[in-house]
Design a protein around this ligand. Structure first.
Ligand code: XMP
Length: 525
C-alpha cells in the first residue's frame, strides 16, 4: 500500500521499509533533515514496486520481531537484487543476514542501551569523516554471528563483532545499532553518508520545491473547480489554506466556525490575517449560541465532545450548502499530515496513535459529496511550519500551541456556561500574555488554564470570598503522546497567579499541575 502521491516527488528519494520499529518515523525524519525526500512503505512491498518509485536507496527499519519467528515480517527478497543501495538497521540487518546466507542467533538477552563502536575499516563510506570511536545506541534481541558471502565487518562493539557490515560491491550495508536516535550523536552523519555518498542523492527536498511542486499538482487536480476548507486557525489548516490559496486563489473558500468555545480575540485574529491581510475568501459562521444551547447542563466530557463534533458537522454542511449558491464546491481540503498517513501503511497500528483518533472532532461524514484534497499529507509537523513561514504566515500561527477542536469546553470541568467561559477566557489571556512576555510561550508544548468545578474560601480586603479555582497546565512534549510539567521559574508562576486572582473576576485560587503524562493527560477534560 504505497502512498501513490509520494511516489510523484520528482527529486531524489529514499524508501524506508517499516518492520514495526518505534523509530521508523525518526528514520524518515532524519533523511528529510538531509534535504532528501523519504517515504515509509510497507515491509512487504514487492521489489518491482520499490523499483518503480525511482528511489535511490532503501532503508530497512528495525522491528520488535525475531527473524526466526513464524510471523516475522519478511521483505520481498528481490529487493537485494535491484542493484540499489540498502541499509539495514538492527532487525533490518538481521534480515539481510537471514536472506543472504549469513547466520542470526536467537539470543535470550536483549542488548539495550549505550555502547561504544570501534570503526575498523576506515575506508567504509558509511563512516567517512567520522572518528574511529563512536557512541552508539543498541536495542536488539537476536545477534548476527556469521557473515553472508561477500560481506565484511567494518565496525564492532564489545558485544558484537558485526556492529556494522558491508558488501561494497552490491552496496549493501547493515548496522546493529540505531543511527537515527539522538543517543547515537554522530548517527546523522552516518545517515548522510548513506544518502549522499552511497546513494548519490541530491539535496532537493526543500520546502521551496515542495511548495512549487504541490501548487502545480493542486492546479492540475482542481482545474476550474472550487475547493472548500474548514479553517480552525491552527497550524495545519492555516498552512493548507495558504498553500491552496497560492495555487488556486479565489477558487478556494475557507469556512471558519465560531463555536463559542474559542479563546479571546481568536475570531478577529483569523479574520484579520486571512481575509484582510492575505485576501483569502473566508466565511465566518457565528454558531456560538447553537453550541452553547446544545451544551447547556452537560458535564460528561465524552458527551461534550460528541455534541460539539456533531454540531460542527451540521454547521459546516449548512455553510457549504449556502456557499453552493455561488457555485458548488467539488473538493474538500484537509490538513492531514504525514504521521496520520503513516498509520495506514505501517505494519501494525500504533496504539498510542489510536488514542489520538478521537481528537479529530472536525471529522466530516463520508456521505458528503466532496472529493478530498490533502496537500500536507507528505509533511511532518516541523516541515508544515517551514512551509507556513515561507508562505508568509507569522510565527504566532506557525508555532502556535496545539488547541483542541472542542476548545475551551474540555478545559471547563463541569457545565459550560457563558459566565464560566468568560472566567476561563480571561484567565487564559493572562497565561498566554505572561508566557509570551517572559519568553516562555514558544519554549513549551502547551501552556493554558483549566477551570475547576471547585470553589473555596478566600479573602479579599476585609471580605471573605467563595470563588473558583484555576489550574495551570504547562507541559513540554515532543508529540503530545507523553509530556512532563515544565519547571517554570517561581517568579513567573507567582506573576501569573497573582494576576489571575487580582484581575479575573470569580477566581481566588490558582494551582500548578505537577503531573506528567502518563499517567495524567495533558487536557483535564
Ligand atoms: P491529551 O489530553 O489526550 O492530549 O493528553 C494530547 C494532545 O492532544 C490535544 N487534544 C486535542 N487536539 N482535538 C485536537 O485537535 C481534540 O479534541 C483534542 N483533545 C486533546 C491536546 O491539547 C494535547 O496537545
Amino acid at each position: 500500500m504505497t502512498d501513490s502521491t509520494a511516489a510523484a516527488f520528482e527529486g531524489s528519494k529514499i524508501l524506508i521499509l517499516d518492520f514495526g520499529s518505534q523509530y521508523t518515523q525518526v528514520i524518515a525524519r532524519r533523511v528529510r533533515e538531509c534535504a532528501v525526500f523519504s517515504q515509509i512503505v510497507r515491509y512487504d512491498t514487492p521489489a518491482a514496486e520499490l523499483r518503480a518509485t525511482g528511489a535511490k536507496g532503501i532503508i530497512l527499519s528495525g522491528g520488535p520481531s525475531s527473524v526466526y519467528a513464524d510471523n516475522a515480517p519478511q521483505p520481498d527478497a528481490g529487493l537485494f537484487e535491484l542493484g540499489l543501495p540498502v541499509l539495514g538497521i538492527c532487525y533490518g540487518l538481521q534480515l539481510m543476514f537471514f536472506h543472504l546466507g549469513g547466520k542470526v542467533e536467537a539470543s535470550k538477552k536483549r542488548e539495550y542501551g549505550a555502547g561504544s563502536l570501534h570503526v575498523e575499516a576506515a575506508d567504509c563510506p558509511l563512516f567517512a569523516g567520522l572518528p574511529e570511536k563512536l557512541d552508539v545506541w543498541n536495542s536488539h534481541g537476536d545477534k548476527v554471528n556469521t557473515l553472508p558471502p561477500g560481506f565484511r565487518t567494518v565496525a564492532s562493539t564489545e558485544n558484537s563483532d558485526f556492529a556494522a557490515v558491508e558488501d561494497a560491491g552490491r552496496r549493501l550495508y547493515g548496522l546493529q545499532f540505531h543511527p537515527e536516535v539522538a543517543h547515537t550523536p554522530r548517527g546523522k552523519d552516518i545517515i548522510q553518508n548513506f544518502v549522499y555518498g552511497i546513494c548519490g542523492c541530491e539535496r532537493d527536498w526543500t520546502m521551496g520545491s515542495f511548495i512549487e511542486q504541490t501548487c502545480a499538482e493542486i492546479r492540475e487536480k482542481v482545474g476550474k473547480e472550487r475547493v472548500i476548507l474548514g479553517l480552525s486557525g491552527g497550524v495545519d489548516s492555516s498552512v493548507a489554506a495558504m498553500l491552496l490559496h497560492q495555487a488556486i486563489g479565489d477558487q478556494l473558500t475557507c469556512v471558519f466556525v465560531n463555536n463559542g468555545l474559542l479563546r479571546e480575540a481568536e475570531v478577529e485574529a483569523v479574520e484579520t490575517l486571512f481575509r484582510d491581510n492575505f485576501h483569502i475568501r473566508l466565511k465566518t459562521v457565528d454558531a456560538s449560541e447553537r453550541f452553547l444551547t446544545k451544551l447547556a447542563g452537560v458535564t460528561d466530557p465524552e458527551q461534550k465532545r460528541k455534541i460539539i463534533g456533531n454540531e460542527f458537522v451540521r454547521v459546516f454542511e449548512e455553510a457549504a450548502a449556502e456557499l453552493a449558491a455561488g457555485g458548488e464546491h467539488k473538493f474538500l481540503a484537509q490538513g492531514t499530515l504525514y504521521p496520520d498517513v503513516i498509520e495506514s501503511v505501517s505494519i501494525s497500528g500504533n496504539p498510542a496513535a489510536l488514542i489520538k483518533s478521537h481528537h479529530n472532532v472536525g471529522g466530516l461524514p463520508e456521505d458528503m459529496k466532496f472529493e478530498l484534497i490533502e496537500p500536507l499529507r507528505q509533511l511532518f509537523k516541523d516541515e508544515v511550519r517551514q512551509v507556513g513561514a515561507q508562505l508568509g504566515l507569522p510565527k504566532e500561527v506557525t508555532h502556535r500551541q496545539p488547541f483542541p477542536g472542542p476548545g475551551l469546553a474540555v478545559r471547563i470541568l463541569g457545565a459550560v456556561t457563558p459566565e464560566r467561559l468568560r472566567i476561563l477566557r480571561d484567565a487564559d489571556t493572562v497565561v498566554v500574555n505572561e508566557m509570551k512576555s517572559a519568553d516562555w510561550y514558544y519554549r513549551v508544548w502547551q501552556s493554558f488554564a483549566v477551570l475547576l468545578p471547585v470553589q473555596s474560601v478566600g479573602v479579599m480586603g476585609d471580605e471573605r470570598t467563595y470563588e473558583n479555582t484555576v489550574a495551570l497546565r504547562i507541559v513540554e512534549s515532543q508529540d503530545g503522546m507523553t509530556a512532563d510539567w515544565v519547571r517554570l521559574p517561581y517568579e513567573l508562576l507567582a506573576r501569573i497567579s497573582s494576576r489571575i486572582c487580582n484581575e479575573v473576576k470569580g477566581v481566588n485560587r490558582v494551582c500548578y499541575d505537577v503531573s506528567s503524562k502518563p499517567p495524567s493527560t495533558i487536557e483535564w477534560e
